[in-house]
Design a protein around this ligand. Structure first.
Ligand SMILES: C=C(O[C@H]1C=CC=C(C(=O)O)[C@@H]1O)C(=O)O
Length: 380
């Protein structure tokens, strides 16, 4: 597909997003590759790897589980999409790419909305039940770790303003990938710190990101305390080992970096960067292999997923699933869609999870999910 490229410099990439109200659209800020992609109006559903090479930028958004039961998630994710209009910022340049006709791009001020909202659900009992089910399976020796998650509903007096939220997500989360995907009046958005897989030439990179400590409040720890905490190191090691074992089935050229700290606004995570050399699989093929790592699912994978299917009351949808962009040569990044929410008019469903192991405490883990939800709450 031949796209026409025109120079275009916007004060804020969200202006481009705002030019396509109601259209299917996607927003992606990848500070690691210094790239912003805003896509609008579906040109086509990309069939496969060969077809993907026909388009300059292709969006891939998956769902956590293969089947989706909850209506609010129907038709979202699990496909590759090429858009008709793109605004791209990369390598210090910015431009408008369009297939077919160009649209006149208007300038906008990005709204700055303080929403009048309240939390309209209380899922603590659901959380206790899920936690209990996971702990029983751990104690009976079937699993070592399961990542349980929550869905919290928020209701606003007006519709939630997505550009305002995205602008705040960009400003508040400098170390994260900011993403949004809108379709049929529903927007999935968030600020994820976690790379599932990055593909650059022959280099494959993945983060083991698991093990968390808040910087404030009753459970607070220093970065150094987290780095030496046996429970968190155990939780983290499970993720690193699973990623390495998974990669070993494809390549023997694997390098495991040192475990260190990733510092975010309200919390610290343990992070180990794992790189591998491979030129046989595409970004999406790697994503499908690695997803879900035990930072999102559990260990062993199948048993952990079964527990989540049986005991998590909400639908995960695109939460914790691969989300990202690739360029025509196949390079790109997939993050996992965490620190995220689904916005539908005046309703917002925020998602957060945490790794549960034998030594976990039900209240402390609940507080951890609340802390992770601050990413979304602070954008309101
Ligand atoms: C599942 C989430 O976080 C994961 C990523 C980093 C640390 C995690 C943890 O320590 O539990 C989680 O595995 C989430 O934010 O919803």
């Amino acid at each position: 597909m031949k796209y026409t490229r025109e120079p275009l410099q916007l004060h804020n990439p969200l202006e481009f997003w705002m030019n396509f109200p109601g259209a299917e659209r996607v927003f992606w800020v990848d500070r690691q590759s210094d790239r912003v992609v805003v896509g609008a109006e579906r040109l086509t559903t990309v069939r496969d790897e060969e077809d993907r090479q026909n388009y300059e930028y292709v969006f891939y958004g998956d769902t956590f589980f293969e089947t989706v039961r909850d209506e609010k998630w129907q038709g979202l994710g699990d496909e590759m999409v090429a858009f008709r209009h793109y605004y791209i910022v990369e390598n210090g340049e910015s431009f408008y790419l369009h297939a077919e006709e160009a649209k006149t791009i208007e300038r906008f001020d990005i709204p700055d909305v303080r929403h009048d909202y309240h939390e309209s659900s209380d899922d603590f009992e659901d959380w206790q039940q899920l936690f209990g089910a996971i702990q029983r399976d751990i104690k009976s020796g079937h699993v070592k770790k399961v990542v349980g998650s929550r869905e919290a509903e928020f209701t606003c007096d007006t519709e939630f303003n997505v550009p305002s939220m995205l602008n705040k997500l960009v400003d508040n989360n400098p170390g994260c990938f900011i993403f949004a995907y809108e379709k049929d009046g529903r927007t999935f958005l968030g600020a994820s710190p976690e790379i599932l897989v990055r593909h650059r030439g022959k280099e494959i990179l993945s983060y083991a990101l698991a093990g968390t400590a808040p910087k404030e409040g009753e459970d607070r720890r220093t970065a150094d305390e987290l780095l030496h905490d046996p429970k968190n190191l155990f939780e983290h090691g499970i993720v690193t080992d699973a990623i390495v074992d998974n990669m070993k089935e494809i390549t023997s050229k694997i390098t495991v970096g040192e475990t260190g700290i990733m510092e975010l606004k309200h919390l610290y995570h343990l992070r180990t960067t794992i790189t591998a050399e491979d030129d046989t699989l595409s970004l999406v093929e790697w994503g499908k292999r690695l997803h879900p790592t035990p930072a999102m699912g559990g260990e062993p994978r199948e048993r952990a997923l079964q527990i989540l299917k049986d005991h998590e009351r909400h639908e995960r949808g695109m939460y914790a699933a691969p989300f990202g962009f690739m360029k025509d040569m196949g390079d790109g990044i997939l993050v996992v869609g965490i620190r995220s929410a689904l916005v539908i008019g005046p309703k917002l469903y925020a998602y957060a999870g945490c790794g549960i192991v034998e030594q976990s405490n039900v209240n402390e883990e609940y507080r951890e999910t609340r802390n992770k939800m601050k990413t979304i709450v602070e954008a309101l």
